[in-house]
Design a protein around this ligand. Sequence first.
Ligand SMILES: Nc1ncnc2c1ncn2[C@@H]1O[C@H](COP(=O)(O)OP(=O)(O)OP(=O)(O)O)[C@@H](O)[C@H]1O
Ligand SMILES: [Mg+2]
Length: 452
Amino acid sequence: MTKMSGKIWFIEDDNNLRHILSAVMRDEGHEVREFPYAENALKALQEELPEVILTDFQMPGMNGVEFLREVKNIVPQVPVIILTAYGSVELAVESMKSDAYDFLTKPVSNDHLLIVIRNALELSRANAQLNQQSESRKELLSSIIVGDSKQILKVRELVSRIAEQNTTVLLSGETGTGKEVAARAIHSISSRSSKPFIAVNCSAIPENLVESELFGHKKGAFTGAVSDRKGFFLSADCGTIFLDEIGDLPLNAQAKLLRVLEEQVVTPVGTSTEIKIDARVITATNRNLEEMIKNKTFREDLFYRINVFPIHLPSLRERKDDISILATHLMKQKNSDSPEISNAAMQLLLDYDWPGNVRELDNVLERAMVFAEDGIILSEHIEINVRHESAAIGKAFIELPDTGVSLEELEIELIRQALKRTEGNQAHAARLLGITRSALLYRMEKHGLIEK
Ligand SMILES: Nc1ncnc2c1ncn2[C@@H]1O[C@H](COP(=O)(O)OP(=O)(O)OP(=O)(O)O)[C@@H](O)[C@H]1O
Ligand SMILES: [Mg+2]
């Protein structure tokens, strides 16, 4: 048996026994830290982590099983072996129930002790590795699907829960909410990540070519089939196929797709050979499939087949908390030396409704970055769809002419127009101009616009 040395903590109030067994373990190459009481060990756990804990059961103060429960709360991945002179069945059951790795009865043979320690050490290292992997997967995931809002945390949780299964996923959400981002994230954190990710936009394939694009064809299968074609499903073999805009798939292609999903085989056009496929299928749509089923434009059976694990991507206006972190992320993607955003500009971003969601935010920032001199984005650099923003309207349609303008005349003209449009209703006109009625009256008086 090859030696394996680990970091062992040994809790035992009997000094003699503790010294003897510690010596046995040290002889084997282990690094042993001794504690006479469980309380000392618990305290030490705040600073340092053992790989395996060996603890006596009967001790003054906290006993072994109580200690075990505390340890499992703090560091569940560390195996705990319980050592006891009272080798009763009840104790064994109780220890196992509260997650002891094993239990040994005194007097314990040195060989047996060393074997149990060694096995526990192997488990401990496997646990540590798993923990590390899931940490780095988590990090990877939050660098792909960016955001801190509770809605996006939920999305990330669902994505990580489903990534390793081969279940079909249906991503829904408005345009620009990150459906493709989520599909890529599922692929990237799965064990298929080194294999292809094939994104297929179902709405972009001409109806008569859908079948051959998806499942392939043989040379000469139809006019224009000048050579064999593999098809997206076979290209995605061992990887992931992302069927985007699945709601736009024609009805006859829906029937064929259903068969492929059910039987896991494709039959390229012009052949009668069935080829086994291993592609993980992710679908997405921003259409209401349930509505389409009612209108008989989407097959109900296909819907149930793809809707096994639905994930909904929230709109940006439902998670405005994420705007700032997304803005930083999107700008960094374009330029590592990205500008800062002034408070006023950020306020504009926060006040806006974002019908085009994260994609629209991305576009607005891209334009703002072009104009931002001195590395700072100001509110005048933010061009958002002005119809949604009454405050920005003036800015959008008035451009200062090269010859200049008389501000006073402009003001008079705007007041006249507002009064004309509201048929002299001053309260209403004031609202149109974004001022109070008394401010309007003051200005009307100043410009001599009040009819006496
Ligand atoms: N959570 C997110 N983290 C980082 N970037 C995001 C996120 N969500 C969306 N984006 C960015 O927003 C843009 C649009 O995302 P994506 O293409 O995934 O949206 P979509 O839901 O597929 O939209 P559509 O329905 O119009 O196809 C991309 O540039 C993407 O990088
Ligand atoms: Mg998309």
